[in-house]
Design a protein around this ligand. Sequence first.
Ligand SMILES: CC(=O)[C@@H](O)[C@H](O)COP(=O)(O)O
Ligand SMILES: NCC(=O)COP(=O)(O)O
Length: 266
Amino acid sequence: MNPLLTSGLDAHRGLTALSVNVNLVAQIRNRRPLPFPSVTGLSTTALEAGAQGITIHPRPDQRHIRTHDVFDLAELMTKWPQAEFNIEGNPLHNLMDLLRQLAAQGRAPQQCTFVPDSESQPTSDHGWRFPEDAATLKPLIAEAKSLGIRVSLFMDPLPEMMAAVRDVGADRVELYTESYARAHGTPEQAQVLARFAATAEAALRVGLGINAGHDLNRTNLADFLRAVPGVQEVSIGHALIADTLELGMSETVRAYLRCIHAAAAP
Ligand SMILES: CC(=O)[C@@H](O)[C@H](O)COP(=O)(O)O
Ligand SMILES: NCC(=O)COP(=O)(O)O
C-alpha cells in the first residue's frame, strides 16, 4: 500500500481519520458567561467515542475559540497521546504566536493548518494561491516545522498547484470541500468530484499528504471518500456539532422531564 495512505495522524488500518472541529461548541458557550457547553468536555466525549483528533480555528476576534481554549485543549491532549491536535489559522495573524507559546510549554500541536482568511471573514472560503503566496509562506512553514509541527495548507482543488505546495515545504494539503458539498446531489457532483480526485492524485504524486474539510457532513462524506484517493484526515465541525444537538435532543428532553416528575413526586 502507498505509505502516504497509512502515515496519517493515526495509521488506523488505512482509514481516514476524523478530527472533530469544536469551534461551534465554543460559539454556543460564548453566548453567556457560563462554562458550558464545555469545549474540553465535548472534545473528551468525541475522543472517547473514537475520533482521532480535535481541530480548532482560533480566529483573531475570538468569536468562538478563545485563547484559553487553545491552552486548555493542549493540556487535554496530553492525556490523549495517540490523538492529533490540529490548529487552523492564518500564520500572518494570531496562529504563529499561539504555536510558539505552545511549543515553549512542550505542548505543540501535532498539526497546524494554514488558512488565508482575513480577520473578519465569516468562515473560510478560499485556499492559498501560488506563486503569489510562496515567499510569504515558506519561512512560516519552516518555523512551524522547526517547532515539530506538521504543516498543512488549505487549498482549493487545483491540481496544478500541488507541486508548489510541496516546494514551499508543506507536508499536507487540506482540500477545501465547500464546492463539493454544494454540488453534492446535483448533476455537477461527478464533475466536481473528478476535480478533487485529480487534485488528490497530483498531491500524492509530489509526496504530499491529504486532508479535507469544510461543510462535510453525514450525507456527503462517504461519496467524497469513495471518489478521492488517499484522504488521511477529515476535519468536520459545523454539521457534526449540529448533529450532536439534534441527535441528543430526545434524551435531553427526557432528562429534563425526569427532573420535573421528580419534583412532583410526593
Ligand atoms: C479552515 C476551514 O475549513 C474552516 O472550516 C474553519 O475551521 C471553520 O471555521 P469557522 O468555524 O469559523 O466557520
Ligand atoms: N477544516 C475544516 C474544519 O475544521 C471544519 O469545517 P466545517 O465542518 O465546520 O465546515
